[in-house]
Each structure stands twice: as C-alpha cells, then as structure tokens.
Ligand binder design. Sequence first.
Ligand code: NDP
Length: 456
Amino acid sequence: MTLQVDHETKAKEYIHSVYETVVKRNPHESEFHQAVKEILESLTPVFAKHPKYMQHGILERLVEPERLITFRVPWVDDQGIPRVNRGFRVQFNSAIGPYKGGLRFHPSVNASIIKFLGFEQTFKNSLTGQPIGGGKGGSDFDPKGKSDNEIMRFTQSFMTELYKYIGQDTDVPAGDIGVGAREIGYMFGQYKRIRGAYEAGVLTGKGIIYGGSLARTEATGYGCVYFVNEMLQSQSLGFEGSTVVVSGSGNVAIYSMQKAMQLGAKVVACSDSNGYIYDKNGIHLDTVRRLKEVERKRISEYVKEHPHATYHEGCNGIWTIPCDIALPSATQNEINEESAKILVRNGVKAVGEGANMPSTLEAIDVFLKAGVLFGPAKAANAGGVAVSALEMSQNSMRYSWHFHEVDDKLHTIMKNIYKSSVQAAEEYGQPGNLVVGANIAGFIKVADAMIAQGVI
Ligand code: NDP
C-alpha cells in the first residue's frame, strides 16, 4: 500500500513536471495545454502501476510533435487582389503508422489549435486499432462567403506547398471543419497534377468515383451514435423515444442526426456558428442538408420553411433545451461548466462528443460527478478516422467495399473502442470513467511501440 502511494506520488510529480515544461515551452497555446492536461492527468494510474513508462522519456517525447510545418499560402481573390493565409501541418507521432488527421480551414486556426488536434489524434487513432499515427493541419483561411473559384485557387495553392510533406506511406490528410468533399477534390487534383501519378491513398474523404470509400461521409456521425448507443445499452437505455440536441449542422452533426433518427430518437435542435434552431416536432433533416450541404446558407433560413420552429442568435443557448442525449458536434469548448450544469439539471442522460474537445475540463467534471454517461471525443468521434483508414486499405487493394460492409466494420470498431475504454477504466481503478479509459487504452499501444523502436 505504502509502495503504491509512493509510486502514485512519483507518477504525479513526473506528470506535473512534464506539463509544466509544455506550458513553458509553448506559451500562449491554451488549447494545446488543455488537451495535454486532460490526457496527462488521466495517465497517473498507468505510471504508478508501470514505472517503466517513466524511464523512456515517453511523455516528454509524446508532447513534442515530431514536426510542425508552417507555410505561406498566397492566392488571388475574384477582384484580382492577392491574399495571403498561413498553412499548417503537424506530424505529431508516427509510432504506429503514417501520420493521419484532417485539415481545418477556419479563421481561428493557429499553432495551438493544430497541436491540440494533432496530439488528441495520436491517441484516437491508436484507439481505433488501426495502424495510423497522429497528425493534423489546416489554415486560417475563412471559406465563408468565398466563391467556388476562390476556394479552388486557395486549395490549389495550399496543396502546392503541402504536397512536399505528405504521401500514402508518410502522411495522409483528410477533411475537418471547412474542408469537405469539394475541397478534398481540388486538393487531390492538384496533388495528382504535381506528382504526375495517381496515388489515391494520399488523401481520404475523396469522392466515391475517384477512390473514396462508401460510408466515409457518414462515418463520424454514425460512429458517434453507435458509441453512445453502447453506453446507453449498458444501462438498459437506448435512442428509441429519446429527445436529442445536436450542435453544429456540418458533416458530423448531419450524420449524427440521421443515425439518431433512424434509431427512433427525436432531434429537436441543431446550430451553426451564428445561432440555433429549435423544432419541437423534430428537425426536418432534408431541409438542413439542402441549406447547409447544397445551398451553403445559414441555419436561420430553416424557420422560413418551418414557421413553427424558432431561431435563436448565439450558440450557447442550445444547451438550455431539455434533452436526454446531447451530441456536441460543432467545435472546441462549446460546452462550458455553466452549460453542463444546465444540461444535468434538465436531466441529460448521455453526452457523446462528436466534435473535438467540445467540453471544457470543468464541464467534463460536472458530467462525470453527476453520473452522466460521457463519451469523450477521442473515442466517440473516432469513426471518421477509422473509416479513413479503411479508405486507405481499399486504395491499397484497388478495390472497394459495399456501403453495408464499411458500415458493419465501423460498427464493430466503435464497439471495440467502447469495450477497450471500459476495460482500461476498470483495470486502472476508475470504472465507468471513459475519459480515463480512452486515454489509457490509446496511450499504452503508442507508448509500447515507442519503447520498441528506441529513443527517436
Ligand atoms: P463542418 O465544417 O462540416 O461543420 C462544422 C459545424 O460547426 C458548422 O455547422 C459550423 O457552422 C459549426 N461551427 C464551426 N465553428 C464554430 C464555432 N466557432 N462556433 C459555433 N459553431 C461552429 O465540420 P465537421 O462537421 O467536419 O467538424 C465538426 C467537429 O467535428 C470539429 O470539431 C471536428 O474537428 C470534429 N471531427 C470531424 C471529423 C470528420 O470526419 N469531419 C472527424 C472527427 C472529428 P457554420 O456553418 O456557421 O460554419
């Protein structure tokens, strides 16, 4: 017992010192600090039980990206005016496979955001059980209000620099916020033109007719709902007859809504970066899809076609709507402590993080203390990257699976992620805490691979 306490104290001291170094070495990178803190703190029981992980500089190496590339992205707008944005690619960890992670185009993108996403991605990718390392990238380019030609010129310029650092065996980007099928298509075209070769496996999220995988578009949203369903079933609950609130109205949100509806839930609200809609009869998903995927309009337009629904400016208010299940699927830190308390007060039973780091550390604490079933992002939204890895497999085989084959594999992967998170949480003394479980299960595989490969 005393020895265990001693190990725990040493583990805590070690973790604290690594975290302090991260803060000192990466000043002003609050999102990166937050992601590192969440993961490191949950690893205490692993270091206490297996002090070997303290001997190989594992944490010191894990928190330092293998490479962070930044570059200029010049492009010309429709008025003929030259514009300059900044491009990023972080190649975080390649212990278990080529770097893999999406590209985000959003004005908020900076080194801190890209590093938090790349760090998280390393553990998420490990959790999927597939051979993929962690990476992430993007630009502070704002796609909103840009013409199709401007999007094409920007993405071509972006790829003209990025192509030097990626490849099907080195680093395989995909989409994220602001990067969907259209942007991936333009980037793939430019990569092919520069390389003079058809290397389909260099990007995932491609169109079906040129190497994409069926069910990739749906994967993150469907996967999140599959994961939440596992949590609910463990308590003899389910989506059938439940009320669901989903934030966002992009890729993850739309397919979370679709799967939740297919499982018998009523989705009453969704949002965009300006505000949210509440439809007590249940959101009409075809309208949302047309407005956001085809016409690229604001979610506020929904109420013109469904006058019984209401539109509310601002994003936070969405969490005041009573629901059984909340699926935050827009962006980081969208649920703060106050919103979490309101959700709990209103009786929320489960929260599944479709977005990356949508809940603040304080909000997660509120959910866990209240006994809410909580599916952390790196487990709950891992379905997207899992199917991206399946897209890579199909590209290597020059073959494609049917929709149901990919969907079945996705479902199995999400069940396995749930199981390994539950098991790790139990083994390390925190049963039911899937934040800890997912972090530990993701960490152990990467750490063991790093030890096996020596100090590099
Ligand atoms: P999209 O660009 O398709 O959609 C993003 C949605 O979130 C839009 O409705 C957007 O509103 C809204 N949004 C974006 N920024 C903000 C903000 N600052 N405040 C409020 N709302 C905002 O992105 P995805 O659906 O692909 O990604 C959503 C989240 O899921 C991200 O955190 C991403 O990292 C994560 N994720 C995505 C995966 C994928 O496969 N796509 C995989 C795993 C995680 P608007 O229309 O106004 O821009």
